[in-house]
Design a binder for this molecule. Structure first.
Ligand SMILES: NC(=O)c1ccc[n+]([C@@H]2O[C@H](COP(=O)([O-])OP(=O)(O)OC[C@H]3O[C@@H](n4cnc5c(N)ncnc54)[C@H](OP(=O)(O)O)[C@@H]3O)[C@@H](O)[C@H]2O)c1
Length: 239
C-alpha cells in the first residue's frame, strides 16, 4: 500500500489545549509532521516540531495573522488543516442566550470557514492538501435542547460536502468526521451529560483521523462516522 508519509508534512490544528486536538497534535508529531497548534490556550506539549500560535478562530484577522506566520516559516506550505476548535451550549431554543448562539456559530462555523480559506490557495497551487472538519453525530441528527449546536454541526457537514466536490480535482481531500460522545471537557456546559468511560476515548478518535490522513493519495475518506460501540457499557453491566 502506498501510504502517505507524514514525515515533514506541515499540519495546522485548531483548538489544541485539550481533548481531540491535543491528542492529534501528539500523534502527528510522532509521525514526524511539523505541527502548528492554533488556539486561545497552549497545550502542555514540548516538542521541537511543535509550535503554538495564539489565535481565536472567531476572529478573521487573528486567523489570517496566524496563517501568515505559518506561511512565512514554512515557505507557504500547509499540507494538512484540521478544523477541530469547537464548543457546545445546550438548552431550550427559546431560552438559549443569543450570545451563546452567536458564539457557537462564530467558533464552530465561521472559524472553519476562515481557516479553510487561508490554506486553499497554497494547496491548489501545490495540487495537494488534506482538510479535516470535525462535525459530530449532532451534525447528522437532531437532539432536543441541542438545536443551536446541531445547527452549527449540520453547517459544517454541508460546508464539507460542497467543498470536497469543489476541490477534489485539485488533489485536495476534504474529510468530515462525525464523532459520537467523546470523553473530553466538551460537556462542561451540559447540565445533564457528564463524561464517562463508555464514551469514545479522544486518543482513539485522533488515531482514526491519523489513519485516514495516511491513506494512499487516490483514496478519499469523505465522511467518517464514529460511535462508541456500547455507549451505556456492556450489557451485563446494565443488568
Ligand atoms: N466531545 C464530544 O463528545 C464531541 C463529539 C462530537 C464532536 N466534537 C467536536 O470535537 C471538537 C473538539 O472537541 P473536544 O471534545 O476535544 O472538546 P474540548 O476538550 O473542549 O476541546 C475543544 C478545543 O477547542 C478550543 N477552542 C474553543 N473555542 C476556541 C476558539 N474560539 N478559538 C480557538 N480554539 C478554541 C478549546 O481551546 P480553549 O477553550 O482552551 O481556547 C479546546 O482546545 C469540537 O469541534 C467538538 O464540537 C466533540
Amino acid at each position: 500500500m502506498n501510504s502517505i508519509n507524514l514525515e515533514g508534512q506541515v499540519a495546522v490544528i485548531t483548538g489544541v489545549s485539550k481533548g481531540i486536538g491535543h491528542h492529534l497534535c501528539a500523534q502527528l508529531l510522532d509521525k514526524g509532521a511539523v505541527v502548528y497548534g492554533l488556539g486561545r490556550n497552549a497545550p502542555e506539549l514540548n516538542h521541537e516540531k511543535f509550535r503554538f500560535i495564539i489565535c481565536d478562530v472567531r476572529d478573521a484577522s487573528d486567523v489570517q495573522a496566524a496563517f501568515d506566520q505559518v506561511f512565512q516559516e514554512q515557505n507557504g506550505k500547509v499540507d494538512i488543516l484540521v478544523n477541530n476548535a469547537g464548543l457546545g451550549y445546550f438548552g431550550f431554543c427559546e431560552t438559549l442566550p443569543l450570545e451563546q448562539w452567536d458564539e457557537l456559530f462564530a467558533t464552530n462555523v465561521n472559524g472553519v470557514f476562515y481557516c479553510t480559506r487561508a490554506v486553499l490557495p497554497g494547496m491548489k497551487q501545490r495540487q495537494y492538501g488534506q482538510i479535516v472538519n470535525i462535525s459530530s453525530i449532532a451534525g447528522l441528527e437532531g437532539y432536543q435542547q441541542v438545536s443551536a449546536y446541531c445547527a452549527t454541526k449540520f453547517a459544517v457537514r454541508g460546508f464539507s460536502d460542497a467543498l470536497y466536490k469543489e476541490v477534489r480535482d485539485e488533489g485536495i481531500r476534504v474529510t468530515c468526521v462525525y464523532p459520537g460522545s467523546v470523553k473530553t471537557d466538551f460537556f462542561r456546559n451540559s447540565p445533564s451529560i457528564k463524561p464517562h468511560d463508555y464514551m469514545l476515548d479522544p486518543v482513539d478518535v485522533a488515531h482514526a483521523i491519523l489513519n485516514f490522513l495516511q491513506m494512499p493519495k487516490n483514496f478519499h475518506t469523505v465522511n467518517l462516522e464514529i460511535r462508541p460501540l456500547q455507549p451505556k457499557g456492556p450489557k451485563a453491566a446494565n443488568n
